[in-house]
Design a protein around this ligand. Sequence first.
Ligand code: NAD
Length: 329
Amino acid sequence: MNILITGGAGYIGSHVLKALLERAADKITVIDNFYSGSQDALVALESVGKFDFIKCDLADTAHLKEIFASHKFDAIIHFAAYIEVFESMQNPLKYYLNNTANTANLINLAVEFGVEKFIFSSTAATYGEPKDGVVCENSPQNPINPYGTSKLMSEQILKDAAAANSKFKYGILRYFNVAGASSDSLIGQNYPNATHLIKVATQTITGKRANMSIFGRDYDTKDGTCIRDYIHIEDLASAHLAVLDYLNSNDSDIFNVGYGHGFSVLEVINTAKKISGVDFEVIDAPRRLGDPAVLIADSSKLRNLTSWKPKKDNLKTIIASALAWEKKI
Ligand SMILES: NC(=O)c1ccc[n+]([C@@H]2O[C@H](COP(=O)([O-])OP(=O)(O)OC[C@H]3O[C@@H](n4cnc5c(N)ncnc54)[C@H](O)[C@@H]3O)[C@@H](O)[C@H]2O)c1
């Protein structure tokens, strides 16, 4: 397949690029504007396989058009977006422009140039604060911040585009809590200001942060802290390949990508302390707005309909890979 990856220099995009290079079956073009992506990740991945890189901003329609005209893509895997929830509340238009308007533009070009498959990075944030902590793909979607809404609107645009163009199919993947790094520590999560729990814990272990916070200990859970479904980045990456293959002989569909069980914030912190042998400082902080007590993926659809077979469903494995990476950078 001739595949375009947007945002391929970012955390998730670079791991999916690695998985595609390892299967060595496709011609791949990556575009990124390096807003948050890492040039180092792309350089590292040159040792895994061959791909083309074009520096391009998704807002640059003329440049994108040139790229589409000269490549004849069969599929697009679209990661490029802004991802900070708090920032999206302060500056919503930044999110609607990059995450929704630029995505609409990309879908428009995909349809215009006859691209048949479009894999989209969506998020559990589109569910908002579900009453039941375990959500399936048709659970109500009521995002509570512009980031989640910007992704939900893109989902709708994809659905409408596919309904009106019989040759255009989408695979929407709603990620839960993505964590960890590649098992060989070749690539991992790069941005220093990340808010992801496991990333922050490994930064604290390695002394890049003095301490870390627990936001709320009074939730209605077994130990009072929030419970989330943490998925290893390599299992998340392989889900993209499985859905890409699924679309060869099936219609458009939506999949939750998580393991279907969760760990509390305290369990993650205690496991990180145990693995590292570092008893780092943890501070109690008030609840954050919009954090549901429990958010777990019902991922039975992905497991039952596609060839996806997760291999790293183990909290210690996830944290150990994140820590090995954090020590390297
Ligand atoms: N990280 C998570 O836990 C998580 C969870 C749910 C969904 N997602 C989604 O997954 C996708 C990838 O997230 P990530 O964690 O890898 O983030 P990331 O910031 O590491 O990657 C995003 C990439 O897109 C690039 N980019 C952004 N805007 C661009 C533009 N206008 N033109 C070209 N390139 C642009 C960035 O430079 C970066 O390389 C995003 O769409 C995000 O919403 C992430």
